[in-house]
Design a protein around this ligand. Structure first.
Ligand SMILES: C[S@@+](CC[C@H](N)C(=O)[O-])C[C@H]1O[C@@H](n2cnc3c(N)ncnc32)[C@H](O)[C@@H]1O
Length: 495
């Protein structure tokens, strides 16, 4: 048994962990649990004699050693930028098969940038756990400029490795690289997801709802891609792969709502930015008689505004009733047109939460505070229909799935103005009309009746989209928890 080599690898990783946290962070060196290595190899390695495998960021060689046990030392190839890790990886392989010449192993495991090494070569499988590095730290990790330019400056290094790997496997070969969960939805990983869709199929998918790499809270996944067959998964729907892991029911929206249009067909969805935030600040007062309510995200609940009942913060100041001095704002001029455009019947949508939180401003009397999204129906008659859509459980599940990995907490819903505009409308007009009526009743109801009416709205809207009870139950659980949260937080300032 090659215990000596294994011990050295463990010791080196412990050394990295104990003494070189910073360097480890800079290089993205977090090592892969053996069970996950086995899971990946089970799916990636062909049984054919003579098959070859590459780990382009091999570290001390966990994947290489495990693959060599299955295929023989001559089958495995690796690269890494860390000389000590490369030395250890070579030593472990040598210990596994002393019959292989040292210079042969040196050619198989090289000190090199995995994004540029191996040019012109192909393998039967590319596996491993490439570094996860955001834009800032990337320089230290080396990079393939050509790939970078093709993919965009903000693409995570791990996704660049995935993209590169598609070129390094022969047709029929498999790429299985550990990725951060953000690969599912990050806009900057879009070109990589598209390349996967064009060049392969997804044959398997692993993900975890808790961190599995010691020393980092990053959530991870492993898309297993067979290159050469196609077409692969919709680049905009990778979140579906991970939805079951996070308990999100995958709503059959695409089928149910095909052709029914989107929120953007009925309304203008807009967010405000710095100009409005800083422009408004001098005109906000607390409890200004006759002032115009300023509604922050913390004050928006499903079909409910807590303005005047819950304190909130604006520009770091706590307000019981944040109000805009509209006369002074208009006299000042800069935001006068903005305020007039906003003071119309609309929905106000909080960007992020357990569900989509939206409330109707039926009299057009409130101003939104950044980052609240305003949804202004082109026909006022659509106001409550649009509220019903934003309360609809399948729409919330769709948004939670679609943006899984992009939000702060997986499973929470985070929608921008553009994303609200893209939410699908229901196909069943009758159920939708009923849902709109219930949504209006829910907003007009008192505290006691509202929860029941919200669930009734959710039930009817679930039917309007042709979805099942699992979606309703999931949503109702989240609305309930969200209501408990606000009750617990009532009177205090939301963060
Ligand atoms: C997360 S570790 C994974 C190691 C190995 N795959 C494992 O799981 O045991 C990532 C490795 O990538 C290496 N690395 C960082 N940038 C690299 C690059 N451009 N080319 C090759 N290796 C790189 C680091 O030195 C580190 O050893």
């Amino acid at each position: 048994m090659a215990r000596g080599g294994e011990g050295v690898a463990d010791a080196y990783e412990q050394h990295l962990a104990d003494h070189e946290r910073d360097r480890r962070r800079a290089q993205g060196s977090f090592y892969t649990p053996p069970a996950l290595v086995d899971w990946i190899l089970d799916r990636a390695l062909p049984a054919t004699p003579g098959a070859t495998v590459l780990d382009p960021a091999c570290g001390t060689g966990h994947f290489l050693v495990a693959a060599a046990r299955r295929l023989g030392v001559r089958a495995v190839h690796g690269s890494d930028l860390d000389p000590e890790a490369v030395r250890i990886a070579r030593e472990r392989l040598q210990a596994l098969d002393p019959g292989v010449a040292a210079d042969e192993i040196e050619r198989q495991v090289v000190l090199a940038d995995g994004l540029t090494a191996w040019e012109g070569r192909t393998f039967d499988a590319v596996v491993g756990n490439p570094p996860f590095l955001g834009q800032l730290r990337r320089r230290s990790a080396g990079q393939n400029e050509e790939h970078r330019r093709a993919l965009g400056a903000y693409t995570d290094t791990s996704a660049v490795f995935l993209h590169r790997a598609l070129d390094l496997v022969a047709p029929g070969g498999v790429v299985a690289l550990v990725q951060p969960l953000s690969v599912l939805a990050a806009r900057d990983a879009g070109p990589v997801r598209r390349a996967v869709a064009e060049r392969g199929t997804l044959t398997d998918f692993w993900c975890s709802d808790r961190p599995v790499f010691e020393g980092t809270p990053v959530l991870t996944c492993v898309p297993v891609v067979r290159v050469g067959a196609g077409p692969g998964p919709d680049p905009d729907a990778w979140g579906r792969l991970a939805a079951p892991t996070f308990g999100i029911p995958v709503a059959p929206l695409a089928a149910g709502a095909a052709g029914a249009g989107t929120v953007g067909d009925l309304a203008d969805c807009t967010a405000d930015f710095r100009d409005q935030f800083y422009g408004l600040a001098p005109f906000v007062r607390d409890r200004l008689p006759g002032g115009t309510p300023l509604v922050t995200t913390g004050l928006i609940d499903p079909a409910e505004s807590r303005w005047g009942r819950t304190a909130t913060r604006f520009a770091r100041v706590r307000y019981d009733e944040p109000s805009v001095d509209l006369a002074a704002l208009r006299a000042d001029g800069a935001l006068a047109r903005w305020a007039d455009a906003r003071l119309v019947p609309k929905l106000l949508v909080a960007g992020q939460g357990r569900v989509i939180e939206a409330v109707a401003d039926e009299h057009g009397a409130w101003l939104p505070s950044v980052p609240v999204v305003s949804v202004v129906p082109r026909d006022r008659a659509d106001l409550w229909r649009l509220l019903a859509v934003l309360l609809a459980p399948p729409v919330v599940a769709h948004a939670a799935t679609r943006y899984l990995g992009a939000g702060l907490t997986p499973g929470s819903v985070k929608v921008s103005a553009r994303q609200v505009a893209a939410l699908p409308l229901p196909a069943d007009a009758g159920a939708w009309a009923e849902g709109a009526d219930l949504a209006r009743q829910a907003q007009h109801a008192g505290e006691d009746e509202r929860p029941g009416l919200l669930v009734a709205t959710g039930r009817v809207m679930t039917a309007a989209y042709g979805a099942g009870d699992d979606v309703l139950d999931w949503w109702a659980g989240r609305v309930r928890r969200r209501t408990d949260d606000s009750a617990a937080g009532a009177g205090s300032a939301p963060a």
